[in-house]
Design a protein around this ligand. Sequence first.
Ligand code: COA
Length: 163
Amino acid sequence: MSKTVICPGSFDPVTLGHLDIIKRAAKMFDHVIVAVLVNSAKSPCFSTEERMRFLEEVTGDIENVEISSFDGLLAEYCKQRGADAIVKGLRAVSDFEYEFQMAITNKKINPELETIFLMANADSMYLSSSMVREVAAMGGDITNFVPDCIRDEIVERMLTLRK
Ligand code: COA
């Protein structure tokens, strides 16, 4: 039976850590839907369209990955898309409590839905989108944090926002 999973997130912007989780999920499941949260309390630096375009660019060579966006409850979106599970990366123990809470809430809303955690790789343990934005805004090198093809655009935007 074909298995579909959803990798949700803000992706503001996508990092090498996110990409690692997406690639590994794509090897394990038939169809991976990367879902960008539209209305986040976080007020993103990059628009939904920009975040989706970055994701399209960095996953363009992975056949079974689809980029989408959603608004509202993740558990409802999973139901709507016929997803079997949510896949998320776990970076550190500090991620666990919040992720645990989200997984239980999602299961209460949609009892059929599983949440699968993949351990972040050692290089991504410390990574986050806000750290990437901060380093770029201060003129630091983000080569080790984001895919090459989107690096310059992120740097340019963050430097402009700083002015
Ligand atoms: N590599 C690098 N960074 C990672 C990462 C990885 N593998 N996994 C997570 N991160 C970072 C992100 O970059 C982000 O960093 P930032 O805070 O510096 O921007 C941080 O971890 C949090 O990730 P983010 O994607 O912003 O949000 P989240 O994990 O808290 O959850 C949703 C996002 C979309 C899953 C969640 O908000 C959601 O489900 N929203 C819909 C509403 C809903 O259904 N609510 C009820 C369920 S609780």
